[in-house]
Design a protein around this ligand. Structure first.
Ligand SMILES: [Zn+2]
Length: 167
């Protein structure tokens, strides 16, 4: 036990070797300086001392992402694949909310569909249904354009992860 302790203490005070990125000189630095900005004594160039490889968060992070990396990747590609169909449906059939059903945003899709259908039922009184249909179509159009112009990553994050229902 005392031997183990001694090793630990010695490891802690053991200087580590880093390469200066400017002149490639091998420099010995104290481990506590890792991650901080330092001056190279040989060429006086400034550089960040690299943090040692054995970071405590590395194994756990690898364990989490490693186990379902494929799953997440697959889900991401599936969702991003819906971007163009959802965008086109939003632009062409925006008032029916189909683009929202494609993305799995059923609540918002149902709201759009119900508003549109009630507007159709209300056709005898002219102003209200036309206003309602136009607003639903405009919402769909804008959302369709947003989907199509968004980068894949942002699209997945906004609608796949955060489940943003409107715009
Ligand atoms: Zn140097």
């Amino acid at each position: 036990m005392s031997r183990e302790l001694k090793v630990t203490i010695r490891d802690k005070v053991n200087p580590m070797e880093v390469n200066c990125p400017h002149c490639q000189a091998i420099l010995t630095v104290h481990p506590s300086e890792a991650g901080s900005l330092s001056d190279c004594p040989k060429c006086t160039g400034k550089f960040h001392i690299p943090v040692p490889m054995a970071r405590p968060r590395d194994p756990s992070a690898r364990g989490v992402s490693g186990s379902n990396e494929y799953e997440v990747d697959q889900e991401y590609r599936d969702f991003v694949g819906k971007k163009v169909p959802a965008g086109i449906c939003g632009i062409l059939l925006g008032s029916l909310g189909i683009h929202k059903f494609i993305l799995g945003l059923s609540n918002a899709g149902i709201i759009m569909l119900v508003v549109t259908l009630s507007c159709v039922v209300l056709t005898p009184c002219l102003i209200v249904p036309i206003f309602g249909l136009m607003s639903m179509q405009v919402i769909g159009l804008i959302e369709g354009i947003i989907y199509l112009t968004m980068p894949d990553d942002a699209f997945y994050q906004t609608y796949g992860v955060e489940r943003k229902e409107w715009f």
